[in-house]
Ligand binder design. Structure first.
Ligand code: PMP
Length: 428
């Protein structure tokens, strides 16, 4: 493969954009080399500026459940754009998508739209703090909830790739209100409750973690968090930015039958446009401005283009129950195929998977938290990543990321991918 134009574009970008990118993990720092520049994408395929084709397993970090440039989403955006791109006023479509989201997800009565997952999580903890009149939150190492100050404490994803989990600029004052626990370690959470009685406003968790690779909750973990929250008058926040509308219509709440108090969304809910949202039962949501005292706002929140894209996406997911079944089947097929070729090539690995989220870790031991996720052999991952890229398969440029399966993938694409993994494994 030739990456000539991508390399030139990256050199030009570096002069005017810090690190040449607008979001760090795109820079390939975790895997070395220069990033490829996207030119277009359709269905399961991504094309770069050198006209190389890749089967895409990132899918804009999750949202393209139905494939790139999904026609109903594209058409909805075009039609809306003709009528104006932003008003800073309420529109009917905002109510329509809110009604739809509330009907799809259990335990939520009201939802507010924002512009990113970061904003959704940041606003959710402000709301939880306002509602409970407490300051502290518990977050789990390796879970990423966006780049707002309270969360940049041992966050996963890009922050881990760079080994700078605690960013300068986050004040000690802010950091002290974020208590850190180990994912899947209930005793750890109990100890934090005991040491901070009546002080913890919320636990925020990726209910299926996706930012240290895919790390499922152990059986009963989420239910136990629910019980601990109930016993301590603490709110349970599910960050479903990756999992929402992907693992099931109603997200992880539905999948594992556990109730959250506040749920955060991003990406998917905008059909790939910059959207986030947070939702809860009425009593909590009514605490938000202008009804209640907790302030939260946004000039472009509920933007018509984003709402049109999101509505087209959610409507499709709501009306076609076979999508989630197909996603499960395709990912199982891929899972089995990868397992077979890695075993045949004597590679040491662990595969984690929940529904259409899957990750390959180059370590023999179970990956259950941030600590075990970090044991993976990064040098092997780098070779794996670049080998696959050359074969026309695009996975995330970091060992701490999840692969997202899209319904646009055919079984031929999956076979192509498995063959590519077989070939690359022989050179690891
Ligand atoms: N929460 C989770 C679970 C995420 O994966 C991400 C982004 N990958 C965010 C929050 C932040 O979303 P955004 O990048 O849209 O701000």
């Amino acid at each position: 493969m030739i990456y000539q134009r991508s390399s030139q574009l990256f050199a030009e970008a570096e002069k005017v954009i810090p690190g040449g990118v607008n979001s760090p993990v795109r820079a390939f720092k975790g895997v070395g080399g220069t990033p490829i520049f996207a030119k277009s994408a359709k269905g399961a395929y991504l094309y770069d500026e050198d006209d190389n084709r890749y089967i895409d397993y990132i899918n804009s970090w999750g949202p393209m459940i139905l494939g790139h440039a999904f026609p109903p989403v594209v058409e909805a955006i075009i039609e809306k754009a003709k009528k104006g791109t932003s008003f800073g006023m309420p529109t009917e479509l905002e109510t329509k998508i809110a009604e739809l989201a509330v009907s799809m997800v259990p335990n939520i009565d009201k939802i507010r739209f924002v512009n990113s997952g970061t904003e959704a999580c940041m606003s959710a903890i402000r709301l939880a703090r306002g509602f409970t009149k407490r300051d502290k939150i518990i977050k789990f190492a390796g879970c990423y909830h966006g780049h707002s100050d309270s969360f940049l404490i041992q966050a996963g994803s890009g922050a881990s790739t760079f080994g700078t989990p605690n960013s300068p600029g986050v004040t000690q004052g802010t950091a002290k209100d974020t208590l850190l626990a180990s994912f899947n370690d209930l005793d750890n959470v109990k100890a934090l409750f005991e040491a901070n009685q009546n002080e913890i406003a919320a636990i925020i968790v990726e209910p299926v973690a996706g930012n240290m690779g895919c790390v499922p909750p152990t059986v009963g973990f989420l239910q136990s968090l629910r019980e601990l929250c109930d016993a301590n008058n603490t709110l349970l926040i599910f960050d479903e930015v990756m999992t929402g509308f992907r693992l099931a219509k109603g997200g992880v709440q539905e999948l594992f039958n556990v109730r959250a108090d506040i749920v955060c969304y991003g990406k998917v809910i905008g059909g790939g446009l910059p959207v986030g949202a947070f939702a809860a039962r009425e009593e909590i949501m009514n605490y938000l401005s202008p009804l209640g005292p907790v302030y939260q706002a946004g000039t472009l929140s509920g933007n018509p283009l984003a709402m049109a894209a999101g509505f087209a996406m959610l409507k499709t997911l709501n009306e076609d129950a076979t999508i989630f079944k197909r996603l499960e089947e395709k990912t199982t097929y891929l899972h089995k195929g990868i397992e077979k070729v890695l075993l045949a090539n004597n590679i040491v690995f662990t595969i984690n998977r929940v529904g259409s989220m899957i990750s390959v870790h180059f370590d023999a031991n179970p990956v259950i938290d941030f600590h075990t996720a970090k044991n993976g052999d990064n040098e092997t991952f780098k070779k794996f990543f670049h080998g696959l890229l050359k074969e026309g398969v695009y996975i995330a440029p970091s060992a701490y990321e999840t692969w997202f399966i899209t319904d646009a993938l055919t079984y031929e694409d999956l076979d192509f991918t498995i063959k590519a993994i077989d070939k690359v494994s022989k050179s690891l």
